[in-house]
Design a protein around this ligand. Structure first.
Ligand SMILES: NC(=O)c1ccc[n+]([C@@H]2O[C@H](COP(=O)([O-])OP(=O)(O)OC[C@H]3O[C@@H](n4cnc5c(N)ncnc54)[C@H](O)[C@@H]3O)[C@@H](O)[C@H]2O)c1
Length: 432
């Protein structure tokens, strides 16, 4: 089949590469000229394990191409995937859909035969109706379908998630559109994934309901971790104890920093906004958003306390700054708030991250990227284990820091408090 992905970010590039690997002809289109010229030179603009090989293979076999000519991409495809960003408006919970509607307008100008338009971007319920209306205005006589096909991949595991998803959700009541979508996804669905067809609005809401549920699980265990710290109980035992109940499940029950990334923070807010629009009080989700914000402040206070309220001129090391491992994504990472706070307090911040230096941290005073873990840790006063990259799981801190009286704040509970005590290291974890 001939497809195009409009928006070549985490979702557009991964799904485009995977669809092309299944034998489809895929055009990845984006307005970002730098991104597209990099891709045409074989350079991958994001950090995602396995993606480079997949892109190169399909690019060389001429099944995958890249362009900034979006109208051309639309005209030369039968199925058009909308994969642009849907960020939150500043100072509001509302999803900003301007990129989605820009694409819808462009599609409306470039249809001359039947097209299947598929929204992969995460969009509030009823957005599909709006996209349909935009395209209908110009194309009264031409048949087209607008389908919702939310994406559930996780950064860092994106290719595996795309090829082996738990489910493929397709929102359409059109038999024709459903038939085309089913045959597109056949190679994936054959591998035991459930193909679930529902209404377009249903599919749109499934995505938000999933993300808000997972965010709730994280906030729930994080709040319990606060209680564990006061009650001298190890949160890991609570996670195991409740996770063994199959009705609850063990995943997303690891206490840590506030949830971050490009999805949970914005999607929980957008769901609250949708509830407000329909005059439904989604009080649980509202409180999850609040709890997550409070958590950032709470952890900052804890750092302050660990440092004996003295941060000025102290060397503070961050091991990992991304919101989770195996991605370079800094969107809504807890580290951002922590680092700007510590910088204001006069600390000298050194960080290492396997995904490299972060431009967003260049804007903050007294922050330095270290290529090696050892230079980041050398003579540090406090090491904050922020992201659980494998690189940080077996470190000899005494050797790395090479001084007495340093402290470790392990936000991911990667190390054993008992072993740390035995090694006379001043160690603090989460909920233990
Ligand atoms: N990142 C994830 O893990 C993930 C997972 C599931 C769903 N989603 C959803 O998928 C959507 C895309 O997310 P992402 O992380 O891939 O975003 P992203 O920011 O990485 O990529 C979006 C791309 O769209 C491009 N773009 C913007 N306007 C455009 C236009 N008019 N025409 C063509 N290209 C345009 C941008 O230049 C950018 O490259 C969002 O709605 C997000 O919520 C993301």
């Amino acid at each position: 089949m001939k497809l195009c992905m409009i928006g070549t970010g985490y979702v557009g590039l991964v799904s485009g590469a995977c669809f092309s690997d299944m034998g489809n002809k895929v055009i990845c289109a984006d307005i970002d000229k730098k991104k597209i010229s990099q891709l045409n030179l074989g350079k991958i603009p994001i950090y995602e394990p396995g993606l480079e090989e997949l892109v190169k293979k399909n690019f060389n076999q001429k099944r995958l191409s890249f362009t900034t000519n979006i109208s051309w991409a639309i005209r030369n495809s039968d199925i058009i995937f909308i994969c642009v960003g849907t960020p939150t408006f500043k100072n509001s919970n509302k999803a900003d859909l301007k990129y989605v509607f820009q694409v819808a307008n462009l599609i409306s100008k470039n249809i001359s035969k039947y097209k299947l338009i598929v929204t992969k971007s995460t969009v509030p319920v009823t957005t599909g109706d709006k996209i349909e209306n935009i395209i209908k205005k110009r194309n009264k006589k031409i048949l087209f379908d607008v389908v919702s096909n939310p994406e559930f991949l996780r950064e860092g595991e994106a290719i595996r998630d795309f090829i082996y998803p738990d489910r493929v959700v397709v929102g359409t009541l059109s038999k024709k559109a459903n038939r085309v979508m089913k045959s597109l996804y056949l190679p994936i669905v054959k591998k035991d994934s459930r193909y679930f067809n529902t209404s377009r609005r249903g599919a749109e809401l499934v995505k938000y309901a999933s993300n808000a549920f997972l965010a709730t699980k994280i906030s729930y265990i994080n709040e319990l971790a606060n209680l564990c710290e006061k009650a001298s109980v190890d949160i890991k035992d609570i996670s195991i104890g409740i996770g063994l109940d199959q009705r609850i499940g063990e995943r997303f029950l690891r206490a840590g920093p506030a949830y971050g990334g490009s999805c949970f923070p914005k999607d929980t807010k957008a769901l609250v906004d949708t509830g407000d629009k329909f005059k439904v009080n989604l009080s649980i989700v509202k409180n999850v958003v609040k709890s997550n914000e409070n958590r950032k402040d709470l952890l900052i206070k804890r750092i302050h306390q660990i440092m004996g309220k003295k941060c000025k001129n102290k060397k503070i090391t961050f091991l990992g700054v991304t919101f989770k491992p195996n991605t370079d994504d800094m969107r809504e990472a807890t580290s951002l708030k922590m680092i700007s706070y510590l910088s204001k307090k006069g600390a000298k911040i050194y960080y290492n991250d396997p995904s490299g230096k972060k431009d967003i941290l260049d804007k903050i005073k007294n922050v330095k990227f270290c290529k090696s873990i050892s230079s980041a840790c050398f003579k540090s006063d406090l090491i904050i284990l922020h992201t659980e990259w494998n690189d940080y799981k077996q470190l000899n801190f005494k050797k790395l820091v090479n001084k007495n009286n340093f402290k470790i704040y392990d936000l991911r509970n990667l190390y054993s408090p008992k072993k740390m005590l035995r090694n006379k290291i001043n160690y603090f974890g989460i909920g233990r």
